[in-house]
Write a protein that binds this ligand. Sequence first.
Ligand code: ADP
Ligand code: MG
Length: 309
Amino acid sequence: MENLGDEMKKVMRHNAWQDRYQHLVDTVMQDKYVQRFLSENEDKITQELVEKSYAKLYEFVQERRKFDEGSPSMIAPGYEPILFLNYRSIDVTYVPTNELLAKQEADAIKRRVKAIDIPKDVRDATFDAFELTDEREHAYSECVDFVNHYIEQPKIFRQGLYLQGSFGVGKTYLLGAMANELAQSGFHTTLIHFPTFAVEIKQAIGNNTLNEKLEEVKKAPILMIDDIGADSMSAWIRDDILGVILQYRMQEQLPTFFSSNFDMEQLEVQHLRQSQRGDDEPLKAKRIMERIKYLSKEIKMIGLNRRLQ
Ligand code: ADP
Ligand code: MG
């Protein structure tokens, strides 16, 4: 004969299980979404089908509650749990919400702009947020023009712009806004702060990533070289890095933009000609300048220093 104590335990365990099961069933059947789903599908649903689907229905009720409360502990945050009728049971599916889709799209757009060492406010720049003044109108409309033409005919080469103006007039901001607008239409832009890029390129020799770094910039579908001329550069950076990048972009007819405190004339004479060692190298400077001029059109930006406002 079995021990009476064991038998009792079994019965009690069974009862506890029964209670839990009943609780589950009650929770499911009292849920307003479940009730609505059952009444909407009344003609296709049998009691047997409901009983077979209690586990899924329970999962739904739990997840739906978390969804409504905005709880982060959901199985799939951003996805709305929805009941549906499967072949022989009721099942739950998780449908991305409009907010999630909008966020995914916004993230995809952001990923199309590779901004290296560019301030955060510029990364969020848009044409809409661009504060126009008469002085800025010209540069702004040239940028808008470029974007519109590029979107229409991305394969046709168009000169980029060489935005020239003093510190704080909004050159970098305008480049950022252009990159973001292009990203909205699916195009990828790389925006580099040239003096910082030059430093990183030198470091890249040490960790064997020079080639990779150079290729990435050289082949960027749209490249924006920000603040060229801001720091003195070595002959090596000028000829073997900048020169190589520009040469490739000319050959491949890839859109390239610049921003600088110097105008083109000053860039050549006061910056590119002077090597860090103090040598005067007019021919080398001219070669680089020819490429810059082929790739871009000079636009002057004037205005107040916005950083002081
Ligand atoms: P630059 O590159 O010419 O030195 P920036 O583009 O960095 O100048 O602009 C200086 C500051 O002014 C930045 O903080 C930038 O976000 C802001 N800014 C520049 N132009 C605009 C604009 N048109 N609308 C709103 N903010 C701007
Ligand atoms: Mg700048």
